[in-house]
Design a protein around this ligand. Structure first.
Ligand SMILES: *Cc1c(COP(=O)(O)O)cnc(C)c1O
Length: 406
């Protein structure tokens, strides 16, 4: 089912297909403007954004407060590098530390860089603090993970599409089944320095582990003196109805990676958060980034966090999310195999006989609802947290009509 595409869009798509690398398979919708949960294509048609740039736009598109911070800072000072200090960096680190409850902040740009920082921190901590013999550190990761796209990170992926033909890979990772405490227990030995885990697997299809999983990992890490590191790049900053998804399970991670919504989608900003006992392993020259912690990143992220707090978006995600989950649970559809949800985040997994989620996403696009399939059979819904209940009611009508028919 191919959507009719406007002439303007057709030309733009042709340019992209001809000149850009084909490392994505986007829907044929060419967007030009956004506001709150809404985006407009080049023909002027309006859509409800139910992907929110993989949860980078939790604060909604073009939030006026974040835009103002971006523009104002861009006029003042863009980049100093960390060779010099800038006046936005310290205050922002203080804000993020106080909000998150971690003593220190290490700022990077992309999510993958924050995860690389976590891996480096865990290894260095393992050698210098725990006393693991040189070059033998092991990090436990999970099947179905998504932690980014660097060669080290795709080396520990179990997704052939992300991984194939990028070897040889970085050693020192052991992959265990997600949600399976016995598998994690069996993987522990004296070389383990960390467990790196998504509290909810986003790219994996909104997979929520059993209730005792994160507490179980916490206990294993305590017992074996290893770090529990939660990748909250997609699950964090309100998406799950909590600042961090892992705290919903009643645990505190030793370190956390965040990104995506840290800037409300207006600038690439990520961070690795940890207490002194871990962060002290980084000394001048041992890690860094030219753009990490730059004044624009700090000003934008500062405003993005203010919006999250002042507009109570975390609470909103929990409340609106629970209402939406009940509506989705009630949706009668012959195609739905399983519906998973937490906060304002849902994975609608379809039966293989439905023929893949893509055609449903295309049908929804026709009706003005933008979402994207993940792993072929799952529709992910992740609207900006500023979305109104009335907008979701309208989206539910579209979902019912697209999914309700056999
Ligand atoms: C998106 C994502 C990343 C990678 O972030 P990039 O900014 O694309 O590098 C890492 N971990 C998780 C859980 C993510 O969802």
């Amino acid at each position: 089912m191919n959507a009719p595409v406007s002439a303007a869009a057709t030309d733009l798509i042709a340019l992209e297909e001809r000149y850009a690398a084909h490392n994505y398979h986007p829907l044929d919708v060419v967007l030009t403007r956004g506001e709150g949960p809404w985006v407009w294509d080049v023909a002027g048609k309006r859509y409800l954004d139910c992907l929110a740039a993989y949860s980078a736009v939790n604060q909604g598109h073009n939030h006026p407060r974040i835009i103002a911070a971006l523009v104002e800072q861009a006029k003042l000072l863009g980049l100093t590098s960390r060779a010099f200090r800038n006046d936005k960096f310290g205050p922002f680190c203080k804000k993020l530390s106080e909000l998150s409850g971690y003593e220190r902040v290490l700022m990077m740009n992309s999510g993958a860089e924050a995860v690389e920082t976590a891996i480096k921190a865990a290894r260095k901590w393992g050698y210098e603090v725990k006393g693991v013999p040189a070059n033998t550190a092991k990090i436990i990761v999970c099947e179905g993970n998504f932690h980014g796209r660097t060669t080290t990170i795709v080396g520990m992926s179990t997704d052939p599409g992300a991984r194939d033909n990028y070897g040889p890979f970085t050693p020192g990772f052991e992959v265990v089944a997600y949600g399976d405490l016995a598998a994690a227990t069996a993987a522990f030995d004296e070389h383990v320095v960390a467990v790196l885990v998504e509290p909810v697997q986003g790219e994996g299809g909104i997979i929520i582990p059993p209730k005792d999983y994160l507490p179980g990992l916490r206990a294993l890490c305590d017992k074996h003196d290893a770090l529990l590191i939660c990748d909250e790049i997609q699950s964090g900053l309100g998406r799950c109805g909590s600042l961090f998804a892992h705290t919903l399970a009643g645990v505190r991670a030793d370190a956390v990676t965040i990104g995506k919504a840290l800037s409300g989608g207006l600038y690439p900003v990520s961070a690795f958060l940890a207490d002194d006992r871990v962060m002290k392993v980084f000394t001048p020259g041992s890690h860094g980034s030219t753009f990490g912690g730059n004044p624009i990143a700090c000003a934008v992220a500062n405003a993005a966090l203010d919006v999250l707090v002042d507009e109570k978006l975390v609470e909103r995600s929990a409340e609106l999310g629970a209402w939406m989950k009940a509506q989705l649970d009630d949706m009668a559809s012959p195609h739905i195999k399983e519906l998973r949800g937490i906060g304002l985040w849902y994975g609608i997994e379809l039966h293989p006989e439905a023929g893949g989620a893509r055609k449903f996403c295309e049908a929804l696009e026709q009706r003005g609802v933008l979402c994207k399939e993940t792993h072929q059979h799952t529709i992910r819904l992740a609207p900006p947290l500023v979305v109104e209940r009335a907008d979701l009611e309208w989206a539910l009508v579209q979902l019912r009509e697209v999914l309700g028919t056999a």
